[in-house]
Design a protein around this ligand. Structure first.
Ligand code: BDR
Ligand code: CA
Length: 316
């Protein structure tokens, strides 16, 4: 007997790697994507909500509702990342303006109502942008915590340091207060930090393999990724860039590809120097109760095999 599809909500700030995360999830029968909530991050909310709908249309999945959430972090001013993702956030391919409507409800209200109507420990959430919407939902209705099966997020970095400041990764740096709320909420939490995503870079052979596929999805994905990876290739001097956000989806499909440890993680929200740092107690130096499964390394071949297989499922 096959398992019923796992109810999943993706909270995102597309972003080319966010777009690939959406495409992988929407191509996987293992998931029932209940909705996509968008947040300000890589680019402002006015663009991320449009980009999420562009990706749904590219995937032929206009049945999946897309909601706009918070337009700025809880406390700090918004910081965006156009230098990585381009002005639109999805620079690279020429995707048409979406025709599917944005849902009229605020993402935080929809998250609260959807989770409150769900069975206990039933809904999985993958946040792949700043954690503002998820934290705001937890603040608005703390009882949603019991409805969440697990949160698997892309964010943070410890051994690898940060990519936005020396200490902090982008998603956590943009809204450290939201990250603090989520990490101290008690929900079952897995974090895929830079330590893991930087251990699995896109290879030239993988890009060429995808480039040989004659579908709209493959063409658009290659155009997105070629634009997106140039920033990291230049910065790190590597032959390929990391593909952060899809790692959350692949973790749910194939946890065996990830090397992890369950430990205590706290988020820095006081010092400006280390703001947004994810302090991972890898060696149990404090004796603090573990609150997060932390990924340290990924089997790169396995990861890109899953992503490629999912992307090739699109018929057009
Ligand atoms: C994260 O920041 C964004 O630029 C990417 O979409 C990813 O979610 C990586 O630090
Ligand atoms: Ca993202």
């Amino acid at each position: 007997m096959t398992d019923a599809p796992r109810p999943l909500i993706i909270d995102t700030d597309p972003g080319q790697d966010d777009a690939v995360a959406l495409l992988v999830a929407l191509a996987s029968p293992e998931f029932e994507v209940l909705g996509i909530t968008t947040v300000a991050g890589n680019v402002p909310l006015a663009r991320t909500q449009v980009n999420a709908r562009k990706v749904c249309e590219l995937a032929g999945r206009t049945d999946v509702p897309v909601f706009a959430g918070c337009s700025r972090p809880m406390v700090r001013a918004l910081r965006t990342a156009e230098e990585v993702h381009g002005v639109t956030g999805l620079d690279g391919p020429d995707l048409p303006e979406p025709t599917m409507a944005l849902e009229p409800r605020h993402a935080v209200d929809w998250l609260v109502d959807t989770l409150m109507a769900a069975a206990d420990a039933s809904v999985t959430i993958c946040p792949v942008g700043p954690l503002t919407n998820i934290a705001m939902a937890l603040v608005k209705q703390p009882a949603i915590a019991a409805k969440i099966r697990e949160v698997v997020l892309m964010g943070g970095g410890f051994f690898e340091g940060g990519n936005t400041t020396p200490a902090a990764e982008f998603n956590i740096y943009v809204d450290p207060h939201a990250a603090h709320v989520v990490f101290s909420s008690g929900v079952p939490l897995t974090m895929i930090p830079l330590d893991a995503t930087h251990s699995a870079l896109m290879s030239r052979a993988w890009m060429a393999d995808l480039g040989a596929v004659d579908t709209q999805v493959a063409r658009a994905t290659v155009a997105m990724l070629e634009f997106y990876e140039r920033f990291d290739m230049e910065r790190y001097g590597t032959e390929g860039g990391p593909l952060h956000d899809p790692c959350t989806i692949v973790y749910l499909l194939r946890p065996d590809l990830f090397e992890t440890r369950f430990c205590h993680v706290a988020v820095e929200i006081a010092s400006e120097l280390t703001m947004g740092m994810t302090v991972v107690d890898w060696w149990d130096a404090t004796g603090n109760e573990p609150n997060c499964t932390v990924a340290r390394r990924i089997d790169a071949d396995g990861l890109y095999d899953v992503i490629g297989t999912c992307l090739k499922r699109y018929p057009l």
